[in-house]
Design a protein around this ligand. Structure first.
Ligand code: NDP
Length: 476
């Protein structure tokens, strides 16, 4: 037994992760259900490091030094269970099974509990960064036991992306914590992309600008507070022309966004935990709306001309307004995502360090962004921050951006340009800061039709009004 770590599942992600491990000096055991993948990896990249290929799972396990660490990188769901079932009888107490696939955190909790019963560590690990990240340094979010991290930490921290000498990997917390934060990471990614798409749409409508001109605006924004991977690739995609037609690439792509499901998982979990992640939810629904082609066609026929003609007077002011609205809305999306992580951490007893999350998302992953440093600072300064919105750096940006945010959302509404994420983020902000909310009326209605009771602003206790009787108030 010579290999320090093994990878089973050598499709694009597993293959690149294995190469990354080998390039960093680790001896890597290799296995895949169909042996061709194992053979081609060794044939094409065998010179990048030390690989120990096996064609049977038993040989693969036998090639690993103890305690064994096995990365499973196969299709999420039933295939992951199938591979775990095959592995478990071959492993010994103290060995570690690492699931780097995109598992739902509830599945990870179930698997962790089952493997704990066998004396094995099960480490659900979020990996972000796609295939490039897997090869050159992803953001890695391992859950599982602290003991398993003693073996895995030094390996993962070495192959992860590094920012200012700090690895984009840390132990997140027990059982499903790693897959949970990866899920929320993807939810934030949905919101970020929707906001960027709305900003593009606004610039296009308001300025009658070409995609190439808007690419320039994004390129400029990427030099400032908004600097991030997604803003950078937005400039790239908007600047691209379709080789076949010479039209802007973005104009030849069908406008129906797809999803693999992590946005949906995030929203479902937030509903369970009672956390209003409105930005992520709007982004998820916006993708789903875009796919309802028949309804869109019918509505287009019924309402061909619903908005006013939009004429922006001052180009520079408008561009700056959209930038500020984008930054404020993005802050809301991240604030909500971090609230969600905090709620999950409390519910499942994970003790997740929120500042630490921002630290490991600074590199390797899709939402890597300059302002994650500010999020880390915010939570490092005040661990129990009620919301990211009130941390000084964010409060300054949002406060200064409010007039622009309102102008953009109001102008968009007048012109009939849909901005579900911009406008719902603004509504969230206004609701959070409101002195009084109409929730009081909702409580009144609930008490009226269902005797659901209410609390008063001026006295302790639970009350009910005898609506059908003499309308006196009784203590419930
Ligand atoms: P796929 O999700 O396409 O899965 C293919 C791999 O799964 C192959 O190795 C295949 O083996 C194996 N497999 C499928 N079914 C079984 C089974 N029943 N028993 C054993 N092995 C099986 O590969 P990816 O590399 O794209 O992704 C791997 C994991 O990483 C997934 O969970 C994915 O969600 C996750 N992920 C992917 C990212 C990406 O950007 N692609 C980013 C982050 C995570 P065989 O060759 O024999 O068919």
């Amino acid at each position: 037994a010579t290999a320090q770590i093994g990878v089973t599942g050598l499709a694009v992600m597993g293959r690149n992760l294995a190469r990354n491990l080998a390039r960093n000096g680790f001896t890597v055991a290799l296995h895949n259900r169909s042996p061709e993948r194992t053979r081609s990896l060794v044939a094409e990249h065998g010179d990048e490091g030390t690989f120990v290929p096996s064609e049977s799972m038993a040989d693969f396990v036998a090639s690993l030094e103890r305690p064994r660490a096995v990365i499973v990188m196969v299709k999420a769901g039933a295939p992951t269970d199938a591979v775990i079932d095959e592995l478990v009888p071959l492993l010994e107490e103290g060995d570690i099974v690492v699931d780097c696939g995109n598992a739902h955190f509830a599945d990870t909790r179930r698997r962790e509990e089952a493997l704990r019963g066998h004396g094995l560590h099960f480490v659900g690990t979020g990996v972000s960064g796609g295939e490039e990240g897997a090869l050159r340094g992803p953001s890695i979010m391992p859950g599982g036991s602290a003991e398993s991290y003693r073996k895995l930490g030094p390996i993962f921290e070495k192959i992860a992306a590094q920012v200012d000498g700090v690895p984009c990997c840390r132990h997140i917390g027990p059982d499903g914590a790693g897959h949970f934060v990866k899920m929320v990471h993807n939810g934030i990614e949905y919101a970020d992309m929707q906001l960027i798409a709305e900003a593009y749409d606004l610039l296009r409508a308001g300025l009658s600008a070409s995609p190439a001109e808007i690419a320039e605006i994004f390129r400029e924004w990427n030099g400032g507070e908004l600097e991030s991977f997604l803003i950078e690739i937005t400039a790239d995609v908007l600047g691209h022309s379709d080789p076949a037609t010479a039209r802007p690439f973005v104009d030849v792509v069908l406008d129906q966004a797809e999803q693999k499901g992590t946005g949906r998982w995030t929203v479902q979990s937030a509903l369970d935990l009672g956390i209003p992640i409105t930005g992520i939810a709007e982004a998820t629904f916006a993708r789903s709306l875009s796919g309802h082609a028949d309804q869109r066609a019918a509505a287009r026929r019924a309402f061909p001309d619903a908005g006013e003609k939009w004429q922006v007077d001052d180009r520079d002011t408008f561009v700056e307004d959209v930038r500020r609205a984008l930054l404020s809305s993005k802050i809301v999306a991240y604030a909500q995502g971090f609230d969600h992580i905090r709620a999950g951490s409390q519910e499942y007893d994970w003790d997740i360090d929120l500042g630490g999350m921002a630290t490991i998302w600074r590199g390797g992953c899709i939402i890597r962004a300059r302002f994650l440093d500010r999020i880390r600072e915010a939570y490092d300064t005040e661990r129990d921050l009620p919301t990211l919105l009130v941390a000084p750096w964010f409060a300054d940006r949002v406060g200064a951006g409010v007039p622009a945010w309102r102008r953009v959302v109001a102008d968009a509404a007048r012109a009939g340009v849909p901005t579900p994420a911009f406008s719902s983020s603004l509504a969230y902000f206004d609701a959070l800061r409101a002195e009084r909310l109409p929730a009081a009326l909702i409580q009144g209605l609930r008490d009226n039709f269902g005797a659901h009771t209410y609390h008063r602003v001026d006295r302790e206790g639970t009350f009910h009004t005898l609506w059908a009787g003499d309308r006196s108030e009784v203590e419930a």
